[in-house]
Design a protein around this ligand. Structure first.
Ligand code: FES
Length: 173
């Protein structure tokens, strides 16, 4: 079974200069003085950038008084938070038990070959992020993947290649 939520080899951060922190100033000021506000702050930052840039952690720390290491601890504790930029389309391939026995590894391998990206990473053109996840809750359709919230079931290597090519075509790529 393959479940990779955090890839330690992943380059976790973009260079700081790529994140425009003025976009989160009002959000942080709104919550800074409220107790127990770290989760909504981090959710807001991720909503703005798609992930939590390193430079934003420094800013949150200065505004809230919480240490950077404690903030980092919160981020890494909750799987909803990302420390890396993601692609326009997020492909989640289920590697839960039912999907695993129906060759989920083959699905991930077909996507890795088609997109030229490793599991857990984002394509150079930032179009796709490929992830392995736990059960998506529709085991009768195994093997299953979800792209941008839409579920695809009864997959094969050929089918997933067709699906991502169709998405690229719709994006005019
Ligand atoms: S194991 Fe894949 S959807 Fe449940």
């Amino acid at each position: 079974m393959r479940i990779i939520r955090k890839n330690p080899e992943r380059k976790s951060f973009l260079p700081d200069e790529e994140a425009d922190l003025t976009r989160i100033e009002s959000l942080i000021k709104k919550y800074a003085s409220k107790k127990g506000s770290m989760i909504p702050i981090l959710q807001g930052v991720q909503e703005v950038f798609g992930y939590i840039p390193k430079s934003s952690i420094h800013m949150i720390s200065s505004e809230t008084g919480m240490s950077e290491s404690d903030i980092f601890g919160v981020i890494t504790f909750y799987s909803q938070f990302r420390l890396y930029p993601v692609g326009k389309h997020i492909i989640k391939v289920c590697h839960g038990t039912a999907c695993h026995v129906q060759n989920a590894d083959g699905i991930t391998t077909a996507l890795m070959n088609e997109l030229g990206v490793e599991d857990g990473k984002t394509t150079d053109d930032r179009l796709f992020t490929l992830e392995s996840v736990a059960c998506l809750g529709c085991c009768s359709l195994a093997p299953v993947m979800m792209i941008d919230g839409e579920t695809y079931g009864k997959l094969s290597g050929e089918k997933v290649v067709k699906i991502v090519r169709e998405i690229k075509k719709n994006d005019n790529i």
